[in-house]
Write a protein that binds this ligand. Structure first.
Ligand code: S3P
Length: 436
């Protein structure tokens, strides 16, 4: 039996909370800490299933890792060439980041390794990383239609640096190529069509690696050693997003979200909500471990529909499920375009969100690369399916705040991949949510 969320209609949210650590940064802290010389201490680590899958993969390759213990992790780095062949397939669980970044990181190792994952991950495209890595001399096999499992074989000789123009705005593809570049002869570079999250570039620099950044191009010279460092993981803005929307749409709400990561490549959700009329104050902006963070205060405000500027799409790519809920509560029409990538996330987030919004009586029309929502009208409760997608499950929990009846959400186990405490934090703030 899988977990269901029962969410009571209505209510408002109040108080202060700290959302869990950033998922992207947590993955990278393990990966780079493992490749470093020396001991890396991490605080604020996300103890969610995705980041734990990355941790288990490195343990299986001989890396000693202590924790996690209340967000603290200690990694005994093995150096650039110190990983050992795992004795079994590495299970990436639900995590695309684990599989894609590991494919890059392992492409230049001298051992064979297979990466596999759950039924959702097994549907996701992996040729997008395999293709540039093959151009570097890596030997990588994917299964039918370019999907997992991914088999990485020892390369014939050293990897060769390439320049890669990314066909899609993907931080995972960029990161996979740059990580492979650490093991390549020469300077490997990537150019992205739109800015995507730059946590890999920032964290490589924090580990003492020279990464040159010139506009949309990032370059790294192969063979540079990583020096262990301390990593403070900020709160995940993608998890904060559920509370930013909840606090905006539930009348009378006021919430303070502490220590939220505000990397400019991740703040699209705040910008989009502000364009819709949200009242979000950014307080106490500061730097923590090379990443900007701030406290976010959100107060309920009347939202209105907008055409979401396409340049903001990659900067808010994981937040569209909950932004669709914001749009359903925004008076007028909201149009999202340029977001076809949503169709290849943990689920087809355009279709799955449209299906659930229809169940609640919301006027939502899916398009090949986005959605049109006529918002601000009353809607009712109902039973919706997350299709095993964590962000879909949490988004419909937020939708209940303005529904006229309760919302029952099926298949919520995977909320543990990114936000294991969601139910407790949301209930503590005033959402009528129970997990069964
Ligand atoms: C991530 C990049 C994004 C994002 C994912 C995490 C990362 O994917 O959707 O949740 O940590 O690099 P793409 O790079 O495929 O867009």
């Amino acid at each position: 039996m899988s977990i269901q969320f029962h969410v009571r209609a209505g209510g408002s949210l109040h108080g202060e909370l700290r959302v869990p650590g950033d998922k992207s940064i947590s993955h990278r802290s393990i990966m780079l800490g493992a490749l470093a010389d020396g001991v890396t201490d991490v605080s604020g680590f996300l103890e969610g299933e995705d980041a734990l899958a990355t941790m288990r993969a490195f343990r299986a390759m001989g890396v000693q890792i202590e924790g996690p213990d209340q967000g603290r992790v200690r990694i005994q780095g093995v150096g650039l060439r110190g990983l050992r062949a795992p004795s079994t397939t590495l299970d990436c669980g639900n995590s695309g980041t684990t599989m894609r970044l590991l494919t890059g990181l392992l492409a230049g190792q001298g051992f064979a390794v297979t990466l596999d994952g759950d039924s959702s991950l097994r549907k996701r495209p992996m040729e997008r990383v395999a293709k540039p890595l093959r151009a570097m001399g890596a030997r990588i096999e994917t299964a039918e239609q370019g999907r997992p499992p991914v088999r990485i074989l020892p390369a014939n000789g050293a990897l060769q640096a390439i320049h890669y123009d990314l066909p899609v705005a993907s931080a995972q593809v960029k990161s996979a190529v740059l990580l492979a570049g650490l093991f390549a002869d020469g300077i490997t570079s990537t150019t992205e069509p739109e800015p995507t999250r730059d946590h890999s570039e920032r964290m490589l620099q924090a580990f003492g690696v020279q990464v040159t950044r010139d506009g949309a191009t990032a370059s790294v010279q192969g063979g540079q050693p990583l020096k262990a460092t301390a990593i403070q993981v900020p709160g995940d803005i993608s998890s904060a997003a559920f509370f930013l929307v909840a606090g905006s749409i539930a009348p009378g709400s006021e919430l303070l979200l502490r220590d939220v990561g505000m990397n400019p490549t991740r703040v699209g959700v705040v910008e989009i909500l502000k364009l819709m009329g949200a009242n979000i104050a950014i307080e106490n902006s500061r730097l923590a471990g090379g990443e900007p963070i701030a406290n976010l205060r959100v107060r309920a405000a009347p939202l209105h529909g907008i055409e979401v500027p396409e340049h903001l799409v990659p900067l808010a790519i994981d937040e569209f499920p909950v932004l669709f809920v914001a749009a359903a509560n925004a008076v007028g029409r909201t149009v999202v375009t340029g977001a076809a990538e949503l169709r290849v996330k943990e689920s087809d987030r355009i279709q799955v969100m449209a299906d659930g919004l229809h169940v609640l009586g919301i006027d939502a029309t899916p398009t090949p690369d986005g959605m049109v929502i006529e918002g601000g009208k009353p809607y009712h409760g109902g039973t919706v399916h997350s299709h095993g997608d964590h962000r879909i499950a949490m988004s419909f929990a937020v939708a209940a705040l303005r529904a006229s009846g309760d919302v029952l959400i099926h298949d919520c186990d995977n909320v543990a991949t990114s936000f294991p405490d969601f139910v407790a934090l949301a209930a503590g703030a005033g959402l009528g949510i129970v997990a069964r």
